[in-house]
Ligand binder design. Structure first.
Ligand SMILES: C[S@@+](CC[C@H](N)C(=O)[O-])C[C@H]1O[C@@H](n2cnc3c(N)ncnc32)[C@H](O)[C@@H]1O
Length: 328
């Protein structure tokens, strides 16, 4: 499997993306080849089902490339809009099977080159299989040269980094960024609806469970400020899921399906069957993803239809914590 062979990945990158390959540190790549059997040291939640992971189900959900495009495009905009570095390379540390890269390709933008990276061999293999060049590395131990890239993104899974290692990830991002380059840390606030979803649903119904601490705002900021990043900003971003269907019922089922696949809710499938699990997931989404407005009202799951085509869109509100800063 290509996902386990970092030497082969580097070789294929040289052919397809010489710019990304030129940013790699050959000594670090060689050392990684020797260590490869140690990776990942922690249980691989995103491995295949044979290894106890939920990776296969996860990648099925990611075929719906547009569902999370709203948040992904904003994160990429933060890097491209603020970076003063020469390099256009944006290292996607928790890249999975390459969703960020596919969203960027879909929007036709040419202001960035996404370098998809991930610790899971299964995810790296899946990325290559769908045409996205990818590199197996841990976010805590990067294979890039010092001062070689323009952006580093830690997003859509930062809570999987154990708390004692989160500072190391920020230090590694600082090391590989060119002066002027941007580091973006994205996750979800402790006790937010997303945190509730993971605790009440994913931890209960996914075979992997989900016992990972999310972030406090001050905690997230401290990783950047203590590492030496400048102009550090913390903000809350609209990171909603958006799905469509021919009818309201189809669109709701589609959101339920996306949630069951993305989070590997196998026990819900076992209890209720495929369609029943999708319906129940949609109901749980409606109960949990509610955000209080400044005026005391709530932002909730919304259904809207296009007057022209009749297509129905369901939007699941989701807010993400985003902290970003620039390497001086
Ligand atoms: C929720 S997925 C996100 C994938 C993709 N960015 C997306 O949005 O679909 C989180 C990914 O982080 C990876 N991961 C977890 N811990 C990691 C680490 N320490 N270093 C690199 N990757 C890691 C997992 O293997 C998984 O593929």
């Amino acid at each position: 499997m290509i996902g386990t062979d970092v030497g082969a990945q580097a070789g294929m990158l040289a052919g397809r993306h010489p710019d990304i390959h030129a940013a790699l540190d050959p000594a670090r790549v060689a050392a990684q080849r020797h260590r490869s059997l140690e990776l990942p040291s922690a249980p691989d939640d995103f491995g295949d089902s044979g290894s106890g992971g939920r990776g296969e189900s996860y990648v099925v959900a990611q075929r719906a490339t547009r569902t999370r495009a709203r948040g992904i495009n904003q994160l990429v905009d933060i890097v491209t809009g603020n970076s003063r570095a020469d390099s256009r390379i944006l290292v996607d540390l928790l890249g999975g099977d390459g969703l960020v890269s596919r969203v960027v390709a879909l929007s036709g933008r040419d202001d960035t080159v996404i370098a998809t990276c991930d610790a899971s061999p299964f995810m790296v293999s899946q990325a290559w299989a769908s045409g996205t060049p990818a590199l197996r590395q841990r976010a805590e131990s990067l294979l890039f040269r010092d001062a070689s890239v323009g952006g580093v993104l830690l997003a859509y899974g930062s809570h999987h980094i154990p708390v004692p290692r989160r500072g190391t990830v920020a230090e590694e991002a600082f090391r590989v960024l060119q002066p002027g380059g941007m580091f973006v840390l994205h996750d979800f606030l402790t006790d937010s609806p997303v945190d509730m979803w993971f605790r009440k649903v994913v931890d209960v119904y996914a075979p992997t469970g989900h016992d990972y601490p999310h972030f406090a705002r001050d905690e997230a900021m401290s990783y950047l400020t203590s590492t030496g990043f400048e102009d550090v900003v913390a903000t809350v971003m609209d990171d909603s899921f958006v799905v469509s269907g021919a009818t309201e019922q189809q669109a709701e089922q589609e959101l339920g399906r996306y949630m069951v696949d993305m989070y590997g809710l196998d026990r819900l499938r076992d209890e209720l069957g495929e369609q029943g699990a999708h319906r129940r997931a949609f109901e749980l989404v409606c109960d949990i993803f509610r955000y209080e407005d400044a005026d005391g009202g709530f932002r909730e799951v919304q259904v809207s239809s296009d007057a022209g085509t009749g297509a129905v869109t369901v939007t699941m509100p989701r807010e993400a914590l985003v902290v970003f800063g620039r390497r001086p």
